[in-house]
Design a protein around this ligand. Structure first.
Ligand code: NAD
Length: 511
């Protein structure tokens, strides 16, 4: 491992950070639910997991909070989110470091995740004065028709380990300015950062003054607690981020009780490198997209189609980058690739690489890097696998740094393969040919929720609506008009005439 010497006492530093961030010791020191750091593999806390009955009571209390919060004027609600943004700015370094400890992200990515939280707060504050409805022309004289957007209720948030804090903020900042209360079930792999976010929000709430009790709460627990949130009748919207497997369970359960779902599920993202591509630019974008966050982003680049005319120029350079990339402890080194989250992730990676070999794949990298005394931490060299065709494991998301590279000769065949997987999250094309890029962005092009030109698949900004199609779940959160999912729309028609004309010329004259 690069600069592998580990002198940081991860457990001790976690305790110090939690104290600085204002998390009460009792919440994480003597409970029944262990929490581990992927950096060292050691247990760093024991949290108290909530019982299903208590979780139900928390949701009921959030419903009461909603009834008060919905009548607070939206710009005033925005003030709370502005204060949250201020608190996040003040605690960016500590929270970013805790993200690195709990999720294994390198320092700049841990800090980047907190920056994303700050950005969405700024966005939501502006939004709190822009929850616009339309005024619509009516066919009836002396009438006015308009739309009003009202708060919805308790918004349930279920999040994945790999964006342990940003996903909460994308949802919570919008939900709060839209007049909703929030109940969050974070990943059981990253509960400490959730407690830290809650403590930060509570400081903002104290400064705000007058917010209802229980406006935003956290449920520490596993999937069974997530199910309580999904099934509770007083939760009209659940925004669930995680695997497609999770979405296949959560989606139908929500549909059964006619609740709304924002599903942000797995991705199997691809890029196409065309003959005219700027290869230097493509190389950097591919390296970050495929190896960054140790391949544990929903938007990680997993499949690459390279035109035969540039394959021999690009792929050897890529392989060199794979061989030389620094893998190491994100707390002590400037390594670009940190650890996998746990053993299950490593097992999944090994299994996928073995399956790819069976399909004729030729593998560069993929080896585990172990350090004495740190046998429970899973550091790996990212793997680049040259495949004869798109088959076997290439069709599935393996949540690890594996990039499958395939050669193509015909653009339309590459585009067809690009779309021939279950997921539909992110995509990109590297080309200077306007016909290719426009076709890629057109109705016949990429079928993903995110389609980029000359940038990679990952690293989205909060200003755009984020999400994907097909088995990625179809949800949108964060920027653009994603806020609408967090409100209910009422169409109002007001008659200021002295007559009662019916629409479509219908007559119904009673004696
Ligand atoms: P996961 O599906 O194992 O768990 C995600 C969350 O769902 C956890 O909080 C878990 O407790 C909860 N959960 C699981 N089953 C549930 C159920 N039946 N009912 C209620 N809650 C349930 O995912 P993970 O391993 O933490 O994260 C990795 C996955 O998340 C990858 O597939 C990745 O692509 C995806 N992801 C998607 C996005 C996106 O925006 N599309 C963002 C981040 C991660």
């Amino acid at each position: 491992m690069d600069n592998a010497k580990t002198t940081v006492d991860v457990k001790k530093e976690t305790a110090a950070l939690l104290e600085k961030l204002g998390v009460a010791r009792a919440a994480w020191s003597d409970g029944d639910m262990p929490s581990y750091s992927p950096v060292s593999g050691e247990e760093i806390a024991k949290l108290i997991s909530i019982t299903p009955d208590k979780a139900t009571a928390v949701i009921d209390a959030a419903h009461e909070a909603f009834k008060e919060w919905r009548v607070v004027p939206a710009p005033r609600r925005g003030e709370l989110v502005r204060l949250l943004g201020e608190e996040l700015r003040a605690h960016k370094t500590d929270l970013g470091r805790l993200v690195s400890i709990e999720a294994g992200k390198i320092t700049s990515e841990g800090l980047g995740e907190v920056q994303e939280m700050i950005d969405i707060c700024d966005f939501a504050v502006g939004l709190s004065r822009q929850l616009y409805g339309l005024t619509i022309a009516t066919e009836r004289p002396g009438h006015r028709m308009m739309e009003t957007w009202h708060p919805l209720g308790v918004v349930g948030i279920i999040s994945a380990f790999n964006f342990p804090v940003a996903v909460w903020s994308w949802n919570a900042a919008l939900a709060l300015v839209c007049g909703n209360s929030v109940v969050w079930k974070p990943s059981e792999k990253t509960p400490l950062t959730a407690l830290a976010c809650q403590a930060i929000l509570e400081r903002a709430i104290a400064r705000f003054g007058g917010a209802p009790d229980n406006l935003s709460q956290v449920l520490i627990g596993d999937r069974a607690i997530g199910e309580v949130l999904v099934d509770h009748p007083k939760v009209p919207l659940v925004s669930a981020t995680g695997s497609t497997r999770m979405g296949k369970d959560v989606g139908p359960r929500l549909a059964k009780r006619f609740a709304r779902a924002i599903l942000e599920l797995g991705g199997n993202n691809a890029g196409i490198v065309c003959p005219s591509a700027d290869l230097d630019m493509a190389l950097r974008a591919i390296a970050f997209g495929a190896m960054g966050t140790a391949g544990q982003r929903c938007t990680t680049l997993r499949r690459l189609f390279v035109h035969e005319s540039v394959y021999d120029q690009l792929v050897p350079r890529l392989k060199k980058a794979y061989q030389s990339v620094s893998v190491g402890n994100p707390l002590e080194t400037t390594a670009l690739v940190g650890p996998l989250i746990d053993k299950a992730a490593f097992d999944g990676m090994e299994k996928a690489i073995a399956a790819a070999r069976k399909e004729g794949g030729v593998v560069t990298g993929g080896e585990r890097i172990t350090e004495a005394g740190k046998e429970s931490a899973y550091y790996v060299k990212p793997a680049l696998v040259e495949m004869p065709e798109q088959a076997g494991p290439v069709l599935e998301e393996t949540f690890a740094p594996i990039l499958y590279v395939m050669k193509y000769s015909d653009f339309s065949a590459a585009l067809k393969d690009h779309n021939a997987v279950g997921a539909g999250l992110s995509s990109s094309i590297f080309t200077l040919d306007m016909q290719e890029s426009e076709l890629f962005l057109s109705a016949e092009g990429s079928d993903c929720g995110i389609a980029n030109v000359n940038i990679g698949t990952s690293g989205a900004e909060i200003g755009g609506a984020f999400g994907g199609e097909k088995e990625t779940g179809g949800g949108r959160e964060s920027g653009s008009d994603a806020w609408r999912a967090y409100m209910r729309r009422a169409t109002n028609t007001i008659n200021y005439s002295k007559a009662l004309p019916l629409a479509q010329g219908v007559s119904f004259d009673i004696a």
